[in-house]
Design a protein around this ligand. Structure first.
Ligand code: LMR
Length: 386
């Protein structure tokens, strides 16, 4: 039985990690998976995280289960950080990373009767796999013109016609992965009206709070949407905002009418129980400690501000480069870790094979992983292939 399994294609993002590691060139440049790197190319543990871990080590009295909902104080603090006061009305459950939250949300949608999830394309390459794993149908919704680096709202809203009432649409709250192109406040309002008109559920994916324009600025659009829709699902990852990638810290929030909240919670608990039973503790405890302690919180904010400034500086430096007809200048206006360059597969392969520069096959670059010292060589390589 097991011997008859057919092999699966490698994950488009994770395969880059392997290829990069196996490349013996010492001047190779890794713009693959979305991990922030400092000027020296390291991904250090944030000071506030180290301090919180020391507190946890000294103070933790038990390793018994955290409970089905997870760390309730963590959920309150993370909800407040993302949505302010309105989060008090939301049902919440801790999740195994942002991916785990997305999967919980898709399973919930399916349980509620949804059949499809619209994915504004290009989307994060893992979104369709998560949707399919929840036995929902992923539907591509045209959304972005890569050559012009422009959001096409008309095309996106027109694509909503492919969904039925109760289906979902995944909307990235900020720092779009893979495009770096975010909706304006007006566009969020437009989206809310279009979703309400068709009865489609907004499924907000928030994974980079603080990486774009600021902690509050990055969620202003999603908050506007959430104020205007009766029901919504929100998946949160804290991997990037706290630099705790391997701790798998996520949360799922659901906006629903008061009378259905207990049923929503019981469904989420049942889905989680059959999947991983109860969430891990450590990463969420770190976030709880940092957000509940004034000093740690201030230290975290300061370091997050530095990360954001560094990414913005890299964006400006790239935007100043002239690369044949590529619209490099637009990179400065884009947000967060990623941008997608107008390069085809053959150009991406040449960058990798001839120049040792690694990005996804779809030409997504992790701007937050580009060292200042590597920018000139990266630009020269782009000129050579573009
Ligand atoms: C990415 O898109 O590079 C990150 O979100 C890492 C991942 O899990 O794919």
């Amino acid at each position: 039985m097991i011997e008859s399994l057919a092999p699966k294609a490698p994950d488009p993002l994770l395969k880059i990690i392997k290829m990069y590691r196996e490349d013996p060139r010492t001047d190779k440049i890794d713009l693959g998976v979305g991990v922030y790197k400092d000027g020296e190319g390291n991904t250090p543990v944030m000071r506030a995280v180290k301090d919180a871990e020391a507190l946890l080590l000294a103070g933790q009295k038990t390793k018994t289960y955290v409970g089905q909902q997870g760390d309730v104080d963590f959920l309150k603090l993370v909800g407040q950080l993302a949505f302010g006061a309105m989060s008090r009305e939301f049902v919440s459950i801790q999740a195994v990373g942002g991916t785990g939250a997305l999967r919980l949300g898709c399973d919930l949608l399916r349980e509620a009767g949804a059949k499809r999830v619209l994915l504004p394309a290009p989307c994060w390459p893992n979104h369709p796999s998560i949707v399919r794993a929840a036995r929902l149908e992923p539907i591509d919704a045209p959304f972005f013109n890569i050559t012009e680096q422009r959001i096409d709202m008309d095309a996106l809203i027109a694509s909503f016609a492919q969904a039925e009432r109760g289906d979902g649409v995944i909307l990235q709250a900020c720092c779009h992965n893979p495009l770096g192109a975010d909706f304006s406040l007006e566009q969020w309002t437009q989206l809310a009206a279009a979703l309400n008109a068709r009865g489609i559920i907004a499924f907000v994916d928030l994974a980079y709070q603080g990486f774009g324009d600021g902690i509050d600025e990055d969620v202003a659009g999603a908050r506007r949407l959430l104020e205007q829709v009766p029901e919504a699902i929100i998946a949160i990852s804290e991997a990037k905002s706290f630099g705790i990638y391997r701790e798998r810290v996520g949360a799922l929030f659901v906006k629903a009418a008061e009378k259905s909240r207990a049923a929503v919670m019981s469904n989420l608990a049942a889905i989680a129980r059959a999947n991983y039973s109860m969430p891990p503790d450590h990463g969420a405890a770190i976030v709880r400690e940092v957000l509940s302690d004034e000093k740690l919180r201030a230290s975290w904010r300061e370091e997050l501000d530095q990360i954001r400034s560094h990414i913005k500086r890299t964006r400006r430096q790239l935007a100043a480069a002239r690369v044949n007809s590529m619209p490099m200048h637009l990179i400065a206006d884009q947000k967060g870790m990623f941008s997608t360059l107008p390069l085809d597969g053959a150009q991406v392969t040449r960058l990798r094979e001839q120049h040792g520069i690694y990005m996804t096959d779809s030409a997504r670059i992790n701007v937050a992983g580009l060292r200042e010292a590597d920018i000139p060589r990266f630009v020269e390589a782009l000129k050579a292939v573009a």
